[in-house]
Design a protein around this ligand. Sequence first.
Ligand code: GLP
Length: 243
Amino acid sequence: IREKPDNVADYVANYIKKRINLFSPSEERPFVIGLPTGSSPIGVYERLVKMHKNGELSFKHVISFNMDEYCQIPQDHPESYHTFMWNHLFKHVDIKPENVHILDGNAKDLQQECLSYEEKIKSVGGIELFLGGIGPDGHIAFNEPGSSLSSRTRVKTLAYDTILANSRFFGGDIEKVPKLALTVGVGTVMDAREVVILITGAHKALALAKCIEEGVNHMWTVSALQLHPKGLIVCDEDAVLEL
Ligand code: GLP
């Protein structure tokens, strides 16, 4: 627990820097990281970019897999997760473009796209660290309430609450928010050797309480973290109000 979102971002950015630097000194041992979008990770990405510019951190040996992507909007849409990731992180660091993986929400065959994504993750030896955020309903990636806790990468219809929450990025117009997305499954996230979840703000306090003080529950999909051997939640003081 850290005081403010900025302190959470400091902690997590330093943590990731240390993990990448210790793990991945050479090309032979790339660091495979899972990454989220949303407002929660923005402070972390800002700090990682600064560390890169100061010469403290390189992404030369980092391979990334993003959690999710909208369907029904073009890849270069200002609110696509492709655009988000390039603007907030990738274009500012030395990651090799061929090492960036983001689901293609416009693929002709969406199911095949999801299967290939799982295969790609396997082919690089699995994910070392999956960073995530959560929705106020406790969803991780786009694994909406009711998702199977063993789910894999797939097409998902977004819950009304998520559409409503994300409408703030689409001029407040819920009609403009895509209703379908591709997302890694809860099982895909939990397969990572380490999972780090960012939770900030009073609007996530109920989800945090459900996640850690109640049983593992598919209605609060982040609660699957209880079963993970190396799961870490980094939250601010507002998020612990219901504990
Ligand atoms: C979307 C994303 C999630 C993210 C959530 C919360 O639903 N698919 O991965 O965790 O938003 O976003 P924020 O951090 O803006 O609250």
